[in-house]
Design a protein around this ligand. Structure first.
Ligand code: SF4
Length: 188
């Protein structure tokens, strides 16, 4: 019989714990009952790739009843060997946390209050402000008459939870507008 590293670790952990407890003369039924209630019990493991940077660590995603119940680093993958950085380790909470903001929030200039807005309202407002700023400040040529096509009055700062493909699309859009001030938490 062949085991992969993860199955071996699970089996070894259960075996050592069970042996130690049984040698002490303890009743293992409550332990078995507890093991049966673990969140990944009966879940399907799917190996996937962390999308947050080009290291591309492998993650084991456990899915139960159509719902993601656990994510952890894949010990069989040679690049990350089971480890994940803080971003990869937060994968589960990124999808399931109660703290996630589920609607666009807008804070008017000078206001201390956040207002919930629709996506349509937010897209229209952002598009309008971007166009107004670009129309006003776009610099087609520099002082020497050289073509530069720059927009220096706007910047884009990325989020650590934008994935590789989102970042690629954001950079293309930003360069297309002429932005030169672009930054991101995981710049590579
Ligand atoms: S963000 Fe972290 S966990 Fe994800 S691929 Fe990069 S190093 Fe790995």
């Amino acid at each position: 019989m062949q085991f992969n590293r993860r199955e071996f670790m699970k089996g070894a952990g259960a075996g050592v714990a069970g042996l130690a407890l049984s040698q002490l003369g303890l009743d293992l039924e409550p332990v078995k009952a507890y093991a049966g209630s673990l969140k990944i019990d009966g879940a399907k493991d799917i190996v996937t790739v962390c999308p947050f940077c080009s290291v591309s660590c492998n993650i084991i995603a456990s899915v139960k009843d159509g719902r993601l119940v656990s994510t952890e680093g894949d010990p069989d993958y040679p690049i990350n060997q089971g480890a994940l950085c803080a971003k990869g380790a937060s994968m589960l909470s990124m999808t399931r946390s109660n703290h996630r903001v589920a609607h666009p929030l807008y804070r008017a200039p000078g206001s201390a209050q956040w207002e919930e807005k629709s996506w349509e309202w937010m897209f229209e407002r952002i598009s309008r402000r971007v166009k107004e700023t670009r129309d006003k400040d776009f610099i087609p040529k520099n002082a020497k008459g050289q073509t530069v096509n720059r927009l220096e009055s706007m910047f884009f700062i990325g989020t650590s939870h934008a994935d590789n493909e989102e970042c690629a699309a954001i950079v293309q859009m930003s360069r297309g507008l002429g932005l030169v001030h672009i930054d991101h938490q995981a710049r590579t």
